[in-house]
Every structure is written in structure tokens, then in C-alpha cells.
Design a protein around this ligand. Sequence first.
Ligand SMILES: Nc1ncnc2c1ncn2[C@@H]1O[C@H](COP(=O)(O)OP(=O)(O)OP(=O)(O)O)[C@@H](O)[C@H]1O
Ligand SMILES: [Mg+2]
Length: 284
Amino acid sequence: MDSTFRDDRRSKIHGEYLEELSEFSLQDIRTLLEEEQIAKKFLGVIGKGKEANVYWIKDYSNRDIAVKLFRLHTTTHGLQSLHSKAKMSDTAMLDVVEGLCHREYLNLHHMYDAGVRVPKPREQLEFMYTMDFLGTKRGPDPLLLEVDLVKEGHEPIDVLDDIFEQMHLMFNEAEMVHGDFSEHNLVWYKNEAWIIDVLQSQRYHPRYHTGDRIRKRDALPIMTKDVKNINNHFIKKYRIGYDYKEVMANMVEDEVDDWNPDQAMGEDYDLENWVNMAKKNAYE
Ligand SMILES: Nc1ncnc2c1ncn2[C@@H]1O[C@H](COP(=O)(O)OP(=O)(O)OP(=O)(O)O)[C@@H](O)[C@H]1O
Ligand SMILES: [Mg+2]
């Protein structure tokens, strides 16, 4: 099949990867962002994570913007082995990466729309999306991990309370769980913790497992892990924190245990598994 203009452009940026699975060339990125009229000015590389790189640009409205660009050789999702096993075409690989990008972009949108403190999502273009930049003229602001709240004149417990409030919003308004919540995925911007990195986040449905949502019951262990993570960070670093079971009790507003498998409308469910799940206290 002839490659389309879109494929050509995608291969141009991913070209080196397809051959060597090595790094992007910075010049390619700059050219792409400028050609696509995403960036009026390229300001720098912010971070290189497991599956994506994040860049700092100035857009045509003179706004500072962060661009998250998904790489091809992501290992967390087993793409590389998938590639060799399934002999996926390069175009198919790019579609998968674009799917990941779209997933994170939508997750960010759901959170933003529910009022959760995340950078405002701007636009998605294939395997990259843009969002508001969390930083100043001097550069991107630090992760919570890199900040000493006490030295900066803040009460750690107030910050932790506020973070739990944001998680409460995420759980009850956005009906989502983050899935990788920690001091590594919170940016300390304008004296507040901003949530980032939402690729692995999931939406839940109060009762059913649907095509794109997990059951609320199944979201609870994920939420518990997230709560424990950040609570432990504060305990270790500032010697303050809560009993995570109490935090979880406040987090979950309504009953989850009222779910009855007989009410499942034609969905596939494994009764034995469900009973085991029910026995296992989600807060353990
Ligand atoms: N909107 C933003 N404004 C400023 N900096 C940002 C923004 N989004 C991300 N960053 C920075 O870029 C880094 C990587 O972002 P993110 O965590 O979303 O990517 P990732 O590929 O999942 O990274 P990792 O594998 O390290 O978790 C972050 O640690 C943060 O420092
Ligand atoms: Mg991260």
C-alpha cells in the first residue's frame, strides 16, 4: 500500500526510530513543530519519560505550551516485542502510539472538565498533544519530589489535604483513578500541586464494566494504591500523614458494595472472581 502524506510525515519524525529504535533528532522535532504551526518558537526539552518526551514551546498566541510527544520504542506497553512478534507494519505501530496519545489526551480532558487541577489540554495532533506549560520564564517548575515545602514556607499537612481534595474531585466528579499518583507526577506550580501524566488513568462506571470503563469496585484498589503512595511520601519526607483507610473512607462518597452480579446486563462476568474480589477487602 502506498504511504500517504500523513504516513510520510509520521515516518519522517519517527524515521530514525524505525531503523534504529534510537532517539529522535531534536532538529526533526523542531522542524515538525514549526511546520505544523504548533510552535512559533522552540524553547527546550523539559523531560524524557518512559514513553514520551515533553517539550517547551511558545505557540502562535504567545502562550507557553508543553508538548508531549509519544515515542515509538515504548517498552511499558510491550510495543517493541509486539512489533517483532506480530510483524506489525510501521504504520500499524504508529497507529498504536497515536492511540496511546489519544488516550492520555482524553483522560486529561475528562479531568480538566471535572475541575481537577491538571494543565489545560489544548490540542492533539497524531502522536503528540499540547497542554498549558507549568513553569515560569526561567523554565518548567519542579516536581513535588524536588521541592522542600517547609523551606518554602508551606505547611506540608495543608498541601497533603489539598492533594487529597484533588483526588476526591478526580474520583467523584471525573469518576476516574490516576493509577500512577505520586510525588513524581505532581508539578509544584504557583504554590500548588498540579497533576500530570495520566496515560494509565482509567474512568470507572458505578456498577458495570463497560468497553471503556472499569467497575467502580475495581477502581478502589487502584485508588488505594495512589492514596498510599502520596501519603507515604509525606510521612517519609515531612513526618506527617494519615491512616490511608480513613482517607479512603472519605474518598468514596457512596456505597460500592451494593453491586449485584445478577443485575449485570448481559456483560461477561466471572461470578467466582467477583465473589473473591468481594471477600478481599478493597482497603487492605
Ligand atoms: N504541562 C507541563 N508543564 C511543565 N512540565 C511538564 C508538563 N507536563 C510534563 N512536564 C514535565 O515533563 C516530565 C515528563 O512528563 P510525564 O510524567 O507526563 O511523562 P512520562 O513520559 O510519563 O514520564 P515518566 O515516565 O518520567 O513518568 C514531568 O516529570 C514534568 O517534569
Ligand atoms: Mg511521569
